[in-house]
Design a protein around this ligand. Structure first.
Ligand SMILES: CC1=C(CCC(=O)O)c2cc3nc(cc4[nH]c(cc5[nH]c(cc1n2)c(C)c5CCC(=O)O)c(CCC(=O)O)c4C)C(CCC(=O)O)=C3C
Ligand SMILES: [Fe+2]
Length: 341
């Protein structure tokens, strides 16, 4: 039995004064150098201190509410974040006051790995600890990187973006993570790299839908201290490589994300677009799926699948992971947080 849905996301600032405290929340204890924070603060301030992420989440929630109503599923939807208001712990307290006993959780990330999956489990634990005895039971829905609706929404977004280009190279991008974090992604017996393997698989599925055989998978939004290795190549370096090979235009597909939040509008639509212009390359970017009707359908399908204990509808052979109760890991040692120092 579930009596609510908690939409659990990353959070983002909604005015200039929010930016610094938001960034402090994101990076607390993560060893991100202050110079990097100053730089990222400027990206946010360049957009008036407002990240698009909260508005995109609110719009997606409205679409999901309509889709739930269409199926006659009576689950009120609550919105809470890891790093900014509404904070998950405040939302969970409200849910508890409203009498919610057990809720499903939709995390706004399709993937495994520490940042993309396990950290949302930690958010669930933190929120339940803050509420204390009698906190609602929280069951997180599974990863959906290989769901046919996720794949087809991205494929159509690529088709739409391609209309503005002639010959182009399709380049998938996802948030980089420390190489050690990717090595630790997944249960130890799986051999690691669950995050980068899922990104590669989602990219392969989208390219297959499009009938495109040649494409690249690269990384964006690298953070952390420079001496720590992160997944590479970075999108900006990759544009230089493609230019050197005579590629006339690029189409970037932000496969690692669900919405066009600041990491997309800054790193891709601003930095990468400017770099492509400097190199004289054509540029287009596929929109992320959060506003596509298929995204609301996908969320409700995951809920119905869970409630009916039905088999997972998925396109890859990689395991369907991420569905656990009260922040438990998928398996012992799965996607553990890196130790520092
Ligand atoms: C895998 C992954 C996803 C995808 C999965 C998911 O979507 O959850 C993601 C999403 C996002 N990342 C975001 C923003 C930021 N990420 C940062 C820093 C970091 N991200 C990391 C990983 C990821 N991040 C990591 C390993 C770090 C280093 C610090 C640490 O070890 O935790 C920083 C700190 C400053 C800096 O960039 O250095 C910011 C501001 C926003 C919100 C954008 C907005 O405001 O619109 C979103 C959706
Ligand atoms: Fe991030």
């Amino acid at each position: 039995m579930s009596d609510a849905l908690l939409w659990l996301s990353f959070g983002g600032p909604e005015k200039p004064e929010d930016v610094r405290p938001f960034l402090e929340n994101v990076t607390r204890g993560r060893g991100v150098p202050p110079e990097r924070l100053d730089e990222v603060e400027q990206h946010y301030l360049g957009f008036g201190g407002v990240s698009p992420i909260n508005a995109l989440n609110r719009a997606a929630i409205e679409a999901v509410e309509a889709e739930l109503a269409r199926y006659g599923i009576d689950l009120p939807v609550y919105f809470g974040n890891r790093n900014w208001h509404p904070m998950a712990e405040d939302t969970l307290a409200e849910m508890s006051r409203d009498g919610v006993k057990a809720a499903l959780v939709f995390p706004t990330s399709a993937y495994g790995g520490y940042s993309a999956c396990r950290q949302y489990d930690e958010d669930i634990i933190r929120a339940r600890d803050a509420v204390g005895a009698g906190a609602p039971e929280l069951t997180k829905l599974r990863q959906f990187f290989d769901h046919p609706l996720f794949v087809s929404a991205f494929a159509d977004a690529v088709r739409e973006a391609a209309a503005s280009l002639g010959e182009y190279r399709l380049v998938f991008t996802a948030h980089s993570v420390p190489v050690a974090a990717d090595v630790a992604a997944g249960p130890p017996e799986e051999g690691g790299h669950r995050y980068s393997r899922q990104i590669a698989e989602a990219s392969r599925l989208v390219a297959a839908d499009l009938g495109i055989a040649e494409y690249d998978v690269v990384w964006q939004s690298r953070s952390g201290p420079p001496q720590v290795p992160w997944l590479e190549p970075d999108i900006l370096d990759h544009l230089d490589d493609l230019h050197a090979k005579g590629v006339p235009a690029v189409l970037l597909c932000p496969i690692g994300f669900v919405s066009d939040h600041l990491e997309v509008v800054w790193d891709l639509d601003t930095e990468a677009k400017e770099k492509a212009a400097e190199l004289g390359m054509g540029f287009a970017r596929a929109i992320a799926p959060s506003g596509d009707p298929r995204f609301a359908e996908l969320v409700v399908e995951l809920i119905r699948e869970h409630l009916a204990d039905a088999p997972a509808r998925k396109l890859s052979d990689l395991p369907a992971a991420g569905c656990t109760v009260n922040g438990a890991p998928c398996a012992a040692g799965c996607c553990e947080r890196l130790r520092r120092g």
